[in-house]
Design a protein around this ligand. Structure first.
Ligand SMILES: [Fe+2]
Length: 307
């Protein structure tokens, strides 16, 4: 469940350097390890100068075209620490919102993090929770989540989110706002980060894109040679991210239809439910769609382009 920490408004402020020092000396190996940092994140929110200073330095870096610290359009990452990442996220109001996808979608995360309102009125957020371990995370799957509360991330308020379990939906704030976050650096690879349809209670997307990897594996399935099979097998059995393992099993089944049953059987032994469900669906889909049971065995991908 999302935990909320409220503090006295006249709390002391700390400098960004002092804050980094505290973060560096705090081992963060789990979501719970972030909790001791909450009061310090709050104190950083009382430091009214650091954001303008940081943004000014960031602007100067434009001059040399070296700005490696921005991921999404409104996320700045001033610090990659040993166990943590410090982020500043700007939340534009409705009028200034360019990236509509930032709001109005219900999602969980595969990261543990704490967040604090820093400037502006703060976005409104609806919070839900669900038992992510009972949901594999494949598209269209039923997801049993429960509404917990609607709240605002106001200035100085700190909220702690647990990977997998905590789901939220954010609305554009009344005026552009800023939050500051400490994120556990290590992503929770076993958690499927999903977006959900709040009406049908089904998984309707994945917030983290593996599009490039998916496409690469798809290309190998179609155009790769026998040597690729070993590499694909390594990825399918050893990659830490379950969606990449699932994509590798798909590619193996697609490029080696003569072994599809055996490959599906191997994929069904994956430790993650997402991979097992996804492999089963792909196996059934290929068998039904291509009528594999009546096709003669062959060593080529079925949709391999022929000259
Ligand atoms: Fe989120």
């Amino acid at each position: 469940m999302v935990r909320t920490f409220e503090y006295d408004s006249d709390d002391k402020a700390i400098s960004l350097d002092d804050f980094y020092e505290i973060c560096e000396s705090t081992p963060i190996k789990s979501g719970e390890d972030l909790e001791p940092l909450c009061p310090y994140l709050h104190r950083l929110s009382n430091n009214r100068a650091f954001l303008a200073e940081y943004l000014c330095d960031y602007l100067k870096s434009f001059a040399t075209l070296e700005a490696p610290h921005s991921l999404l359009p409104t996320t700045f990452i001033p610090r990659f620490g040993k166990d943590y990442v410090f982020r500043i996220v700007v939340w534009p109001d409705n009028f200034n919102t360019i990236e509509k996808g930032q709001y109005n979608y219900l999602h969980n995360h595969d990261i543990n993090f704490i967040t604090c309102g820093y400037a502006g009125p703060g976005y409104k957020t609806d919070i839900y929770e669900f038992d992510f371990e009972s949901c594999s995370g494949v598209l269209g799957e039923k997801a049993d989540f429960r509404f917990v509360e609607s709240t605002f991330l106001t200035q100085g308020k700190v909220m702690q989110f647990t990977a997998g379990t905590d789901i939220h939906l954010q609305y554009p704030p009344e005026a552009t706002s800023v939050s500051i976050n400490v994120v556990q650096r290590e992503r929770q690879m076993a958690v499927a980060e999903c977006s959900f349809d709040s009406k049908t209670y089904r998984v309707n997307g994945h917030a983290v894109s593996i599009f490039a990897k998916d496409m690469m594996l798809h290309a190998i399935a179609n155009f790769g040679d026998e040597n690729c099979r070993d590499v694909l097998m390594q990825i399918a059995t050893r990659h830490p991210f379950m969606r990449v393992r699932a994509a590798a099993w798909h590619a193996l089944m697609q490029s080696h239809p003569e072994d599809i049953d055996q490959l599906a059987e191997q994929g069904a032994k994956d430790p993650h439910l997402y991979v097992r469900t996804s492999v089963k669906q792909f196996h059934e889909g290929m068998t039904q769609y291509f009528g594999l049971s009546v096709l003669p065995g062959h060593g080529q991908a079925m949709n391999r382009v022929t000259p």
